[in-house]
Ligand binder design. Structure first.
Ligand code: SAM
Length: 550
């Protein structure tokens, strides 16, 4: 019986009805932000809609609110208690009734609700593939409700799954997988996403390009739909294409000519003690007489390479100035470096949103960029099974720390009320930002120790598509720079004719085809199918056949 509870049971409520319910509950939360019952109700709707990650996010906020109710000294105690009392005016809320309690004392209700939160968190995180966090919530829940059958069952199930996945008899809890996957999509209720192919979008992007890349324009183009399976790519049905954006030359461009120079404050680094500019993350010039380095006049330790960077920081820094936010995600374990950088990018976007009083998804640096989204229908899985979760079609990396607790911690450090700001800082918004950053960000390693330390999103540079015979070369210091190659692969003289596409490179083009394809696969979403790759792969295959025959 418990097993069936773990599955997202088919519901008689239709998707449009569920979406309406979600909409109403979100509205209710905007009216009564400290209502833990509404969060639990929305978690249930998110489960029924097939978004266990969003259900976990709601259950976690509900859990935090149970703490607020139960602890008089907590910041939102009064508001959370008042909201709960108003929800209990007519008896125990329906969402808690199956727990058998008819007692309407707020403390008892909050206690019952916390157990429900632990159960929801454990199940939902398990469905996303975050076994370690799910296990932790089972353990925390069992400390509050020893012997709770549901939590005991889930804990046992996690251990069974882990034994199977890790192929060991004794599972060390610290070894449990915790990096999950969730749906990567434009959520049905996301009304911030522009039509990227509309004339309005193209006009906006082209006006931005005029300042940083006057010889470039963005256009709609067709790209091959790339396949993830090596060996499936050649000599079969020609791959279908998909509509995307790309950069094109508006004029002839000469070899060596600079094409694009772009600054982006959506740039972060994960070094705590390195002297890097807070805005552009380049190494600061030495602090000597005549140095251009300037500090923030209002907080210690925030340095910029010059007055220009200090001025650019106005669009995010006021929201984190003197807020003790510096240590978050800094100096991570090397294995965690990419996740830490994505969290820092998210934190920067949240600071920009707060400082500019703009919805994060409406930030110019974010709004138009590629997110590698799948249609919602393709992501929807009719019945989620705990034994095969997350389903292979889900592609957005997800963890409790990166997607739920980390962003909330950042907001709290920024003195933002995490309950009263659900319109701007809801989990689906963090997930959408992550999708966009994962589709477009570039990273830089420290030359001294080879560790990945800087990441950035350059919203115009990232419009250029990849080719293993690129016609441009790029370099990223304080600025992202593109220039026309002097020579193409094979020694052909460079130069780009008016109307030709700007062809960037997402991997080291000096590698052999197999290695190039491996490297670029992550950012391309599949096996590169450029002319050079197809030609060289065919040559390699021919060589292998010859070797075989000899
Ligand atoms: C950074 S974006 C490039 C700009 C993107 N086309 C847009 O519409 O904004 C990277 C994505 O573009 C697509 N892409 C880039 N180069 C490609 C290529 N040579 N073949 C197929 N898809 C490509 C892939 O979907 C990749 O994930």
């Amino acid at each position: 019986m418990l097993d069936s509870e773990l599955l997202a049971a088919p519901t008689r409520t239709t998707t449009p009805q569920l979406l309406q319910k979600r909409h109403d509950l979100t509205d209710a939360l905007l009216q009564l932000p400290y209502d833990l019952i509404a969060y639990l109700e929305r978690a249930a709707v998110h489960t029924d809609l097939g978004y266990p990650d969003l259900a976990a996010g709601d259950a976690y906020r509900a859990l935090l609110l149970t703490d607020e109710v139960l602890n008089e000294g907590f910041e939102y105690h009064e508001q959370a208690l008042e909201a709960l009392q108003s929800r209990c005016a007519d008896g125990v809320p329906a969402i808690l009734r199956d727990q058998g309690s008819s007692d309407c004392d707020p403390s008892d209700i909050a206690h019952e609700a916390s157990i429900q939160c632990y159960r929801k968190l454990a199940t939902s995180l398990l469905l996303c593939g975050c076994l370690k966090s799910a296990h932790e919530f089972c353990t925390r829940g069992l400390a509050v409700a020893p012997g709770d059958e549901d939590l005991l069952f889930k804990k046992e199930h996690i251990q069974t799954l882990a034994r199977r996945r890790l192929k060991v008899d004794d599972v060390d809890i610290n070894d449990l997988p915790d990096q999950g996957l969730v749906r990567r999509e434009i959520y049905p209720w996301n009304d911030h996403e522009p039509d990227r192919f509309s004339q309005e979008t193209l006009d906006f992007l082209n006006s931005e390009l005029a300042a940083v890349a006057p010889k470039c324009e963005v256009k709609v183009t067709e790209l091959p739909f790339l396949i993830d399976v090596p060996g499936d790519t050649e000599g079969q049905d020609s791959p279908t294409t998909c509509k995307q954006l790309g950069l094109f030359a508006k004029d002839d461009i000469q070899p060596g000519e600079t094409i694009l120079q772009e600054n982006s404050v959506l740039t972060v680094n994960n070094r705590l003690k390195e002297s890097l500019c807070d805005a552009c993350s380049t190494e600061l010039p030495p602090l000597e007489p005549g140095s251009t380095v300037v500090g923030c006049p209002d907080c210690d330790d925030t340095m910029f390479c010059d007055e220009d960077c200090l001025a650019r920081a106005e669009c995010y820094h006021p929201s984190i100035c003197d807020k003790d936010i510096d240590t978050i995600a800094k100096d991570p374990d090397p294995k965690e470096a990419p996740n830490a950088l994505y969290l820092l990018l998210l934190a920067r976007a949240l600071a920009m949103s707060d400082a500019q009083e703009r919805h994060p998804l409406d930030l110019t640096e974010v709004k138009y960029i590629w997110g590698d989204f799948l249609p919602s229908a393709a992501n929807a899985v009719p019945l989620l099974s705990l034994d095969a979760c997350p389903p292979p079609v889900w592609t957005l990396p997800f963890s409790f720390a990166s997607n739920i607790s980390g962003p909330l911690h950042v907001l709290e450090k920024m003195d933002i009320d995490i309950f009263a700001s659900v319109d701007r800082y809801d989990l689906w918004i963090f997930n959408t930002l992550y999708s966009k950053f994962r589709g477009t960000a570039s990273a830089r390693v420290n030359k001294r120790d080879g560790r990945v330390e800087v990441a950035a999103v350059h919203p115009l540079w990232c419009l250029a598509n990849h080719d293993c015979d690129p016609n441009v070369q790029w370099e990223w210091g304080g600025q992202m720079k593109f220039w026309c190659r002097e020579k193409r692969v094979g020694g052909v003289v460079g130069g780009i004719k008016k109307g030709e596409e700007i062809l960037s490179h997402y991997c080291d083009i000096d590698l052999k085809v197999q290695e190039r394809r491996e490297w670029a696969k992550g950012s391309l979403g599949g096996w590169c199918m450029c002319e050079r790759c197809k030609r060289e792969a065919a040559e390699e295959e021919e060589k292998a056949l010859d070797g075989h025959g000899a």
